[in-house]
Ligand binder design. Structure first.
Ligand SMILES: [Mg+2]
Length: 177
C-alpha cells in the first residue's frame, strides 16, 4: 500500500495547462527533452459524447506529430469512437486502457521505444491520466476539457472538483507552462 504522501505526490501534475490541449506548447516540451506524447482522447481531444474533432485539435496534432512520437491511450471501451478519432488523426491507439493502471502505458512506451522520462502523458483527469503518467515516472500535463469549438468546456464539474481537491491537499493549482 503506497503512503498517503506518495499518493498525494502522484496526483500533482508536472504542469497544469491554462487551456485545452491546443494550449500545450510543443517546443517547450521538446526543450525539456520530451520526444513522445501519450494523449487521452475523451474531453482531451474530442468533446464529451460527440463524434467531432475541433479544427484546432486537428491542426495541433498535425503539428506535433511531425516532431514527436504520438499515441492515443483511452479508457473508453468503444472501439467505434476511439478508432474513429485515431483514423481522423492518423495516430495509433489503445482503448480500454484502465488508467491509472500502468500496464497499457508500459506497452505503449515499449511500442514507441522511448523511456518514461522522454514521454509526457496529456489528459484532463487527475485520477486516470495524471496518476498513470506520474506512476510511470513520466511528465504529466493536466489540460482543460475541450468543447466542440475547441474552447475549454464550461460545464466540466469534475475538472473543477479535481482542482479543488489538489488545493485541499495543499498542492499548487496555478497554471504553469
Ligand atoms: Mg479524458
Amino acid at each position: 500500500m503506497p503512503s498517503l504522501h506518495k499518493v498525494t505526490r502522484w496526483l500533482q501534475p508536472s504542469c497544469i495547462v491554462a487551456g485545452p490541449i491546443t494550449a500545450v506548447d510543443p517546443q517547450a516540451l521538446w526543450r525539456r527533452g520530451i520526444r513522445g506524447l501519450v494523449l487521452d482522447v475523451d474531453r482531451t481531444l474530442a468533446p464529451r459524447r460527440q463524434l467531432v474533432l475541433p479544427e484546432t485539435v486537428r491542426s495541433w496534432v498535425a503539428r506535433v506529430r511531425r516532431q514527436f512520437k504520438v499515441y492515443l491511450l483511452s479508457n473508453n471501451l468503444s472501439r467505434r469512437r476511439i478508432a474513429w478519432v485515431a483514423k481522423e488523426l492518423d495516430l495509433p491507439y489503445c482503448l480500454a486502457a484502465r488508467k491509472p493502471s500502468r500496464s497499457s502505458l508500459r506497452q505503449v512506451l515499449k511500442t514507441i521505444n522511448l523511456p518514461p522520462a522522454q514521454v509526457a502523458m496529456v489528459g484532463d483527469r487527475l485520477f486516470t491520466d495524471v496518476l498513470a503518467g506520474n506512476r510511470m515516472g513520466m511528465m504529466s500535463l493536466l489540460v482543460q476539457p475541450i468543447d466542440p469549438d475547441g474552447r475549454p468546456s464550461r460545464q466540466d464539474r469534475l475538472y473543477r472538483l479535481e482542482l479543488r481537491l489538489l488545493k485541499a491537499l495543499g498542492l499548487p493549482t496555478t497554471a504553469d507552462g
